[in-house]
Design a protein around this ligand. Sequence first.
Ligand SMILES: O=P(O)(O)OC[C@H]1O[C@](O)(CO)[C@@H](O)[C@@H]1O
Length: 510
Amino acid sequence: MDSRLPQTPEWQALAAHAAETRNTHILSMFDAEQDRLANLSIDLAGLHFDFSKLRADAKAVELLGALASAANLAGWRAKLLAGGVVNPSEGRAATHAAERSANADHGKMRDLVEAVRGGRHGDIRYVLHIGIGGSALGPALLLDALGRKGDGPEVAVVANIDGVALEEACARFDPAHTLIVLVSKTFTTIETMTNAAGALDWLRAGGVANPVSRCIAVTAAPVKAEAFGIADDRILPFAETVGGRYSLWSAVGVPFALRNGWDAFAALLAGASAMDEHFAEAPFAGNAPALAAALDIWHATLLGAETRAVFGYDERLRLLPSYLQQLEMESNGKRVTRDGAPVGYPTGAITWGGVGTDAQHAVFQLVHQGTHLIPVEFLAVIEPGHARGGTHHRQLLANCFAQGAALLKGRTHEEALAKSGGDAALAEAKTFPGNRPSSTILLDQLDPRTLGALLAFYEHRTFAAAVLLGTNPFDQWGVELGKEMAKALEAGDTGAFDPSTADLLRRAFG
Ligand SMILES: O=P(O)(O)OC[C@H]1O[C@](O)(CO)[C@@H](O)[C@@H]1O
């Protein structure tokens, strides 16, 4: 019995099975389970999920299914999708899926997007999107992945309070032709409000007489945006129940719609909606977000993998790891259950990653031969994102698939010896343990629809993991303390701080 885990039969059965099989070779699972590949593969909405190279056998999947039933995943999922309270610490629903349903009302956003793109707000060639966290990472990913296909204004996303970020973006743009989109759910975030003031100064200095008339606000606090001086017809509200890191489907996605047009934004929502339907209806073993979440917990909580790595073998997905870091770590980096009881077991893994093939030449040494257990997720797109011919793309995909195969198979000492002229020490250095878990997500193409489905998959996977862990994925109290302390520090309050912090403050501020 594992005393750190909940004392329920489902968790204890999982713990016992994990103890028995933690070193079972994944290749032997392929031998023992005739239909392993088919059982652990799911196809939907232009995405192919292959979980067969993860280190979980058929029994583990069955026990995870029992855990999902005991945790009432179906009930929580229904509650989420019906707009029930799934965020108890804030007494709120989480209505991001409603933003992409047939009933969502994006009329005001659409009118504004079409007016700007149609030239009815002047000759707008540039958009400065100012926002941070969930008010930046999703839009930045969409624009980086798909923006080069857009024909609307060029967009720069400015997040950091470091003035370098704003200065760099402004240097690219002409104030006479720039629209500012201020995105903040609360409309109080210090970074966004500071950058907003800086951007207005830049417009003013560039000869724009009434800079605030060049702003659009996207917020769940429209009264604050009005107080900032923004006219009602330029305020795009979204619901309090849409969490920042789940908000790109709401008006927070406006810069992508401005760049790529309304049809592209609608296709993004349609792809996400297809994933919502799948999540709502597919039984556990064939439900991509639910199964992925359960397998995440198997590796993180039961096998003790502290991190999980994500590598998109596609330049257009280079911002995916930072987007997922917020989605997964702000959601599932929790130390108490939704009832407020401390958990005694690992919750969300640390998400990190990069882009392939670059990462192979940087961090893969540790992934292949280091001492940590790291489930790796590979993403690749069958249709190339460029017109430079097949060589680039064949090599890109071959490298992606080779990494998963190498992590799985490894290289034995004997094989390494043959490559080391009989030098045993060298052979040991050249040995790869193998049996390292990975999953692969293969996209037919990267377009708004498939990207929408992919991001909705990650959202539901994050939610499903929280349900299995018994935690609340929709609050983020852990970001508050540092914010409060920064305010006090900035105001020069050295007294309340430890000697090291007080010294740093003296050195920097005098
Ligand atoms: O949209 P806002 O209110 O400016 O908040 C930005 C981000 O700050 C956070 O609250 C964390 O500090 C995120 O959850 C959020 O996405």
